[in-house]
Design a protein around this ligand. Structure first.
Ligand code: GDP
Ligand code: IMO
Ligand code: MG
Length: 446
């Protein structure tokens, strides 16, 4: 029995969906605990591609229970579209559950998200425009609509009438945007409520029952460590806590039930939206990585910014999340390069800096210090074991593991399930740091 958290170690899109799908084979329950339809997780199974936003990537296993937890925000319109898409692909939704205490994204959240981004001009965050920030802001302001309100028509009518009248003042007076008609919105959301109602549960209780029955629970992260509201590159972050600690809060479980935290990192770095990105490659190599890695947002279709692997943020992610092991994805995207750089430290105001500066203006001034490794210039896409990898590719992985001080348990060399090398059992294999109790290096395969 093991309860595992899967977390993005960079700025999102690390391939969490693929890794979650892979690990879901041995999970009884998969839980999404934060974020909303800003997430886009692509899972490729044989010749079929599934694009998931809210529904946990475990849904492709018919007997796995999938729970959208309390810390998430739910846009019913997008959620219902996602359900329809899965139904046409013959995916069973009988085991899909939604927390009654998750918050609901409303049309005014989307409108305010877009209008406020426009108002910010060159200071915009580059959000997905899905109303995520405003939904979480209402939760904090204690004027949010929760799923439990949505499915109770009288509560919905009372709460929405008041809230829409309040939001209309903001829409009209602050943003010069057309107001919403409460009647129209209420009618629309009452219909959504009918579709959602059969799936609504007390999610924390259901997860606790699974814990007591010694079921295997997998917590699927959305976004990534550097997008964390508290510990990311604020203000260029999302409005939830994608870090490992956030999984417990968002799912409503105590940290003592967690056995393991797995970090997912790309073999290079990408970022969507605005904000500093020290290892960003603006020339041909960046363009090539984007093309070879098909780096276009699953949710917005935006071209992702690409750059070299940044071990400073990698080590920071290890510290913030307490990763036990890593899954390194998209190694194959580097196959054609003759040399590969890795950022091992930053130059900040004339000093060498090994630790991620949480001061935003300092981070914006950081310049990468690189070590250059030889490329392998051979396809890795069909490798089944570490031994099949070109020696220079293996060296690259060893270099990353040493810098991150965490063993690599999974190497992904393509989007498909079978394009994966399991180095060590990610759930029961080696835990934590590369040093043992005496401070000596622990022997791991990578
Ligand atoms: P997530 O948000 O972390 O789940 O990641 P996304 O699904 O948004 O983006 C990762 C993309 O890379 C998806 O299109 C995956 O199908 C794809 N992918 C995942 N792992 C690999 C890999 O090892 N190699 C390649 N080439 N593509 C991968
Ligand atoms: P997955 O789960 C990559 C980014 C947006 C923007 C910032 C704030 O697929 O890894 P928001 O709409 O959340 O207020 O936008 O966060 N962002 C993501 N980037 N992957 C994601 O999710 C993201 N979710 C949000 O681009 O910079
Ligand atoms: Mg994504």
């Amino acid at each position: 029995m093991a309860n595992v958290i899967v977390i993005g170690a960079q700025w999102g899109d690390e391939g969490k969906g693929k890794i979650t799908d892979l690990l879901s084979k041995s999970a009884d329950v998969v839980v999404r605990s934060q974020g909303g339809v800003n997430a886009g997780h692509t899972v490729v199974v044989a010749d079929r591609t599934f694009k998931l936003h809210l529904i946990p990537s475990g849904i492709l296993y018919p007997n796995t229970e999938c729970i959208i937890g309390s810390g998430t925000v739910i846009d019913p319109q997008v959620f219902i579209e996602e359900i329809k898409q899965l139904e046409t692909l013959n995916v069973s939704l009988k085991n899909l559950f939604i927390s009654q205490t998750a918050h609901v994204t409303m049309p005014y959240h989307r409108a305010i998200d877009r209008a406020s981004e426009e108002r910010r001009g060159k200071h915009k965050i580059g959000t997905t425009g899905r109303g995520i920030g405003p939904t979480y802001a209402d939760k904090s302001e204690r004027i949010g609509i929760r799923v439990v309100d949505l499915i109770n028509p009288d509560d919905l009518k009372t709460k929405l009438e008041w809230t829409i009248n309040y939001k209309n003042v903001i829409l009209e007076k602050l943003y010069n945007v057309s107001p919403l008609d409460p009647k129209v919105v209420i009618e629309e959301y009452l219909e959504y409520a009918d579709r959602l109602r059969p799936h609504v549960i007390d999610s924390s209780l259901k997860i606790y029952q699974a814990v007591k029955q010694k079921k295997n629970i997998l917590f699927e992260g959305a976004q990534g460590t550097l997008l964390d509201l508290d510990h990311g590159t604020y203000p260029y972050v999302t409005s939830s806590n994608p870090i490992a600690g956030g999984a417990c809060v968002g799912a409503g479980v105590g940290p003592t039930i967690i056995d393991r935290v797995i970090g997912v990192a790309k073999a290079y770095t990408t970022r969507v939206g605005e904000g500093p990105f020290p290892t960003e490659l603006k020339g041909d190599i960046g363009e090539n990585l984007c093309d070879w890695g098909a780096e276009f947002g699953t949710t917005t279709g935006r071209r992702r910014r690409c750059g070299w692997f940044d071990a400073v943020i990698g080590r920071y992610a290890v510290r913030i999340n307490g990763f036990d092991c890593l899954a390194i994805t998209k190694l194959d995207v580097l196959d054609r390069l003759d040399e590969i750089k890795v950022c091992v430290a930053y130059k900040l105001d004339g000093q060498t800096c090994y630790d991620f500066p949480t001061n935003a203006s300092q981070f914006a001034r950081c310049e990468p210090i690189y070590e250059t490794l030889p490329g392998w210039q051979k396809s890795t896409a069909d490798c089944k074991t570490l031994e099949d990898l070109p020696p220079k590719a293996l060296n690259y992985l060893k270099f990353l593991a040493e810098l991150m001080e965490v063993p690599i348990a999974i190497v992904s060399i393509g989007a498909k399930r079978d394009q994966t090398i399991i180095v060590e059992d990610p759930i029961h294999g080696p835990k934590r740091a590369l040093l043992d109790a005496n401070g000596d290096p622990v022997k791991t395969k990578v």
